[in-house]
Every structure is written in structure tokens, then in C-alpha cells.
Design a protein around this ligand. Structure first.
Ligand SMILES: [Zn+2]
Length: 98
């Protein structure tokens, strides 16, 4: 990881390590996902969530499309520990593995 180069705010890889890096022109959906993730008991993207919440509005944030869609697919915890609701992908309630 080279800190002097732009890297994906989610996976931390640079464009060289993982081609296809893009710059966020709008952070609205990213911040919404980060907000939802902050309320999760466990967030596998907790490092990214902290980085996003700590980022200054003037700082450029970069992402990969696949990372962004994974990040924004926040699963909501249901009463049954093994059941989560698919929040953004299909909007259906179904069983899934966290
Ligand atoms: Zn990435």
C-alpha cells in the first residue's frame, strides 16, 4: 500500500493493485451506508466506516465500483441471529449468512 497514491477508501488498494479506481463526485450514498454501518454490532468494513466518517469534506475519496456496492449493501440484523434482511440489493427479506 502506497499512501502517496489515491487508494480505495473501502479496500485500501491503489489503482495499480486493483484497476478501476474512481473518485466520488457525490458522497451521499456512501455517507448513508456509513451511517447505517455505524449502528451495526459488527461491521466487516469498520476500518472503512471509520475512515469515511473521519474524512474531511474537502478530501477526495476514491472507490472501486464493486467495493462501493458491497459497502452499500448493508444487511440489517433481524431478531433471529442467523437471519438478515437484504437491504439494498433485492429489498426482499430472506435468509443470508453474515
Ligand atoms: Zn476497492
Amino acid at each position: 500500500m502506497d499512501l502517496s497514491k489515491p487508494s480505495c477508501v473501502i479496500c485500501k488498494k491503489t489503482d495499480e493493485e486493483e484497476p478501476g479506481l474512481k473518485k466520488y463526485t457525490s458522497r451521499t450514498s456512501l455517507l448513508k451506508a456509513a451511517e447505517r454501518r455505524r449502528s451495526l454490532v459488527s461491521d466487516k468494513f469498520s476500518v472503512a466506516t471509520n475512515a469515511i466518517n473521519a474524512a474531511e469534506p474537502s478530501t477526495d475519496l476514491f472507490y472501486h465500483s464493486k467495493c462501493h456496492s458491497q459497502y452499500c449493501a448493508v444487511k440489517r440484523k433481524a431478531t433471529d441471529d442467523n437471519t438478515v434482511y437484504c437491504y439494498t440489493i433485492c429489498k426482499q427479506k430472506h435468509k443470508a449468512t453474515v
